[in-house]
Design a protein. Sequence first.
Length: 328
Amino acid sequence: MITHEKRGLLSTGQNAQVRTGAKKRSMLRHLLKHKVLLLMLLPGVIFLLINNYLPMFGIIIAFKNINYVDGILGSPWVGLDNFKFLFATSDAWIITRNTVLYNFVFIILNLVIAVSVAIALNELKNKLAAKFYQSIMFFPYFLSMVVVSYLVFAFLNVEYGFINKGVLAMFGLNELNWYSEPKYWPFILPLINLWKGVGYGCVIYLAAIIGIDSEYYEAALIDGASKWQQILHITVPLIRPVIIITTILAIGGIFRSDFGLFYQTTLNSGALYPTTLVIDTYVYNALINMGNLGMSAAAGLYQSIVGFFLVLGSNWIVRKVDKDQAVF
């Protein structure tokens, strides 16, 4: 005999099944209704899966001693031995220090200069001149680091370089062998990075500034605000969300370096290693000398994991300060 309690349970289960079936039919109708938009989305999803998610299978290389006879799947597991390569070496402190400090300086310099230049370009009355200056600054971003390294070499070459033959000779100073003097490169590398990347950052911040409603500035003029006050109290606060997003993303890559900048422009000179050797170039040199793919994969995975948690941590700090400015 079915009791009243059992009958209620059966009824509840049937209602749940009905609701589940109704949700499935509703979802199916929704998919059919928007099938054209979903088909348009499909190529992007396929590209994302192939380009971003399928290669993640290669993470296992970081935990294996890869050999070409057995292949990726057949190679023996070595656990965390590949990661010890980064920390057991005597150069671990040097490469970590250089990687973090350089990227920290790059983030600060590029942010301050790019925002300042974007504001200055926006204040130019002659828009044709503003476009010209913007294009000139943006052009270095498209140059290969190989080309940039030749330009730097033309300036710093010992025998024919412009700095030695032009600037230093003008002041009666002795010529310098720049590629064997590591103490100068903590200043040279940030300048090169700034010259190459400031145009790209400027475009981003200039687009954000152009999107600000002009009524804010008109109201400020009526109240007697100076141009400097308008920048401090209108421009900078309104582009702060863009600044926060770009900064958080840059912090996420603080354990990664511009390989071309540190390898090509320094000519991979061993004399400069104390101030120019970073994780990427160290792993590359080790890979060339030892041919160990597992170590290279371990370094890349380590950088990705640290970057991931740095993004989460940076976003958490922003959320604590101002929840509305957080990325997620």
